[in-house]
Design a protein around this ligand. Structure first.
Ligand code: NAI
Length: 246
């Protein structure tokens, strides 16, 4: 059986944990060389050990332009190209709107929105040059419905969806296809940023009645990354979300 990403180089930013980690593992199993980039390089190194020589580890802070430029140069130096970019790095904290400081808001936007821009802006020219590329941005279904105590997070994720659609238009002439995934609540370390009450309320309102697992999100990324599976998808938002948004 042919592997779906044989011979491809995939950069998974946020590959050290949760959804990014699951996507990197699936891409690797489908034959890709995976470059794992994360603020937590130790977590990436642990995953790289579980994989094999087809994995490399790169430290990055996506909110820092110089750090992003250095990371992308390092990945291209190591693997010569990037065929697929997954932007999965992100943070989450619960802060009521009336208590939200400008600093808390800016930090969220800096990582969860500006970080997606910085990494994509650094990688896209290489894809454009080769007239080939796939960019997959991990947003959230909360971008579409808002969330109590999550105005900064939802604003950032809604921004990611707008960014994704605009990138899809700007990069389509160069055969670089950009799409988003907007997962529902997924059992990853990120949920430790939410209160037990928030989690219980959310679980109760899900039509499926349960949170997802990162392994249940990864196949959406694979579909968008693979050919011919994702060949006609541009500016779309796939929603593995337990029915939270229909
Ligand atoms: P996670 O906390 O398990 O993984 C996030 C990764 O991003 C971590 O490895 C962390 O070190 C990295 N990271 C954080 N800030 C960074 C920075 N400044 N520079 C580089 N790396 C940084 O979380 P999870 O759940 O895997 O989240 C992945 C993406 O999925 C995030 O964008 C998140 O917003 C999104 N998402 C998560 C959902 C969930 O319920 N877990 C639901 C919908 C979307």
């Amino acid at each position: 059986m042919t592997l779906k990403l044989e011979g491809k180089v995939a950069l998974v930013v946020g590959g050290g944990s949760g959804i990014g980690r699951a996507i990197a593992s699936l891409f690797h199993a489908e034959g890709a060389v995976v470059a794992l980039a994360d603020r937590n390089a130790d977590a990436c190194a642990q995953l790289a050990d579980e994989l094999d020589a087809r994995a490399s580890v790169h430290r990055v802070d996506v909110s820092d332009e110089a750090s992003v430029a250095a990371m992308v140069a390092e990945v291209i130096g190591r693997h010569q190209r990037i065929d697929v970019l997954v932007n999965s790095a992100g943070i989450l904290d619960e802060t009521p709107f009336l208590e939200m400081s400008a600093d808390t808001f800016d930090r969220m936007i800096g990582i969860n929105l500006r970080g997606v821009f910085l990494v994509s802006r650094a990688v896209a020219p290489h894809m454009v040059e080769r007239r080939n590329g796939r960019i997959i941005n991990v947003a959230s279904q909360l971008a579409l419905k808002g969330g109590t105590g999550l105005s900064h997070y939802c604003a950032a994720k809604a921004g990611v969806l707008g960014l994704t659609k605009s990138m899809a238009r700007d990069l389509a002439p160069y055969n670089v296809l950009t799409n988003a995934i907007a997962p529902g609540p997924i059992l990853t370390p990120m949920l430790e940023g939410l209160s037990p009450e928030w989690i219980a309320d959310k679980e109760a309102e899900l039509p499926l009645g349960r949170f997802g697992r990162a392994e249940e999100v990864a196949p959406s990324a694979l579909m968008l990354a693979a050919s011919p599976d994702g060949d006609l998808y541009l500016g779309q938002t796939l929603g593995p979300n337990s029915g939270d948004v229909m």
